[in-house]
Design a protein around this ligand. Structure first.
Ligand code: SAM
Ligand code: SF4
Length: 339
């Protein structure tokens, strides 16, 4: 459990289970330039009208209020955050917010070639790139787009801009990405790249998720051990980190597993989410939301927004119910929540 980041404040984002929330994931758009099948529908996507999205000023206001309750790190996400025009200007604003110690971004990297340096210059500290396959054909099957070369270009631009190490997140799908695991591990062993495999979660738009399609972390570890010998668990410096990290026994390279389905890490969750149109969600799998945009646009005072945040966290459930018989998939798919 992390220590409250703002010990001078009497009001903290602590839920009924004692979890301290200091990490806000901010979706800046629900639009995307590719169509990963585990996230978006193939076509006919209904995007939010632009005037419904929070402006950069509004996002900054939410973050400023959040810092008085202990938020000290934010991650920008989406949809694809880099399709939001001049995203670097939001980074510049958030860097200046007192109390914010870390700003990160999750991106599919398609537009990173054009934006990596700008984002670095704006003060972006960390970057996670989502790439599920090193084979262009499998990439195309997952994303339903031919943007592989742009992604590779984007990764190179991130390296050139000084983001180090490069962190890659790969969603693992049974029957589709097994033979990508060894090439990803080789990349992690041979270059300054950290790779984390993510289990496929029931958050897809087409409701195609099935337990049988989840390539679980234990199976990935077995595939890796058959090739490289034993993996050595590496204790995380951050108790709230969702990944279980491992080092290869010969000391070359590191690999992580985000086993959201088979080994849920809800008990150490310190995260909550702001959707692109200003709804707060205390969990990816939450079935309820708290409207912040309405408060902001109707002249809501600082204290009202802070109260709404506190209530949202107070209502958080102990964990997701994917492994129980009572799980209900949220109506919103991942791209519209903000992953
Ligand atoms: N577009 C950006 C990207 O793909 O990095 C940011 C948003 S995306 C929703 C954030 C992360 O969620 C990505 O790493 C993506 O692979 C992951 N994701 C999306 N749908 C998922 C699902 N059903 N299960 C597991 N991870 C998922
Ligand atoms: Fe777009 Fe990211 Fe969803 Fe893929 S995972 S469709 S890149 S938002």
């Amino acid at each position: 459990m992390s220590v409250p980041q703002n010990p001078t404040s009497e009001r903290q984002l602590i839920d009924r289970f004692g979890r301290v929330h200091n990490n806000l994931r901010i979706s800046v758009t629900d639009r995307c330039n590719i169509r990963c099948f585990y996230c978006m529908p193939a076509d006919k996507v209904q995007f939010m009208p632009r005037n419904e999205l929070l402006s950069f000023e509004e996002i900054e206001r939410v973050v400023r209020i959040g810092t008085t309750l202990g938020i000290d790190r934010v991650r920008l996400t989406g949809g694809e955050p880099l399709v939001r025009r001049e995203l670097y200007r939001l980074v510049e604003r958030l860097v200046r917010v007192p109390g914010i110690v870390d700003i990160a971004l999750t991106t599919n990297a398609v537009l990173l070639g054009e934006q990596a340096q700008q984002l670095k210059d704006a003060g972006l500290k960390r970057l996670n790139i989502s790439l599920d396959a090193l084979d262009p054909e499998i990439f195309r099957r997952v994303t339903r787009r031919d943007s592989y070369d742009k992604v590779i270009e984007g990764i190179a631009a991130a390296r050139a801009a000084g983001f180090s190490p490069i962190k890659l997140n790969a969603v693992s799908i049974k029957g589709l990405t097994e033979d990508q695991i060894i090439p990803f591990a080789e990349l992690a062993r041979e270059t300054d790249t950290e790779v984390r495999f993510i289990e496929f979660m029931p958050l897809d738009a087409d409701n195609q998720w099935e337990r049988d399609k989840v390539l679980v972390a234990d199976d990935i570890v077995k595939i890796l051990q058959a090739e490289f010998g034993s993996l050595v668990p590496e204790p995380s410096a951050n108790p709230n980190a969702p990944a279980n990290d491992y080092r290869f026994a010969d000391g070359r390279g590191k690999i992580g597993m985000i086993a959201s389905v088979s080994q849920p890490f809800c008990s150490t969750c310190n995260r909550f989410r702001l959707t692109a149109e200003g709804k707060l969600r205390n969990c990816l799998f939450s079935l309820e939301e708290t409207d912040i945009r309405g408060l902001l646009r109707n002249g809501g005072a600082f204290a009202e927004v802070a109260d709404a945040m506190l209530s949202c966290i107070a209502a958080k459930n102990e964990g997701h119910q994917i492994n129980s018989g009572v799980f209900t998939q949220p109506e919103r798919p991942m791209y519209s929540i903000g992953g």
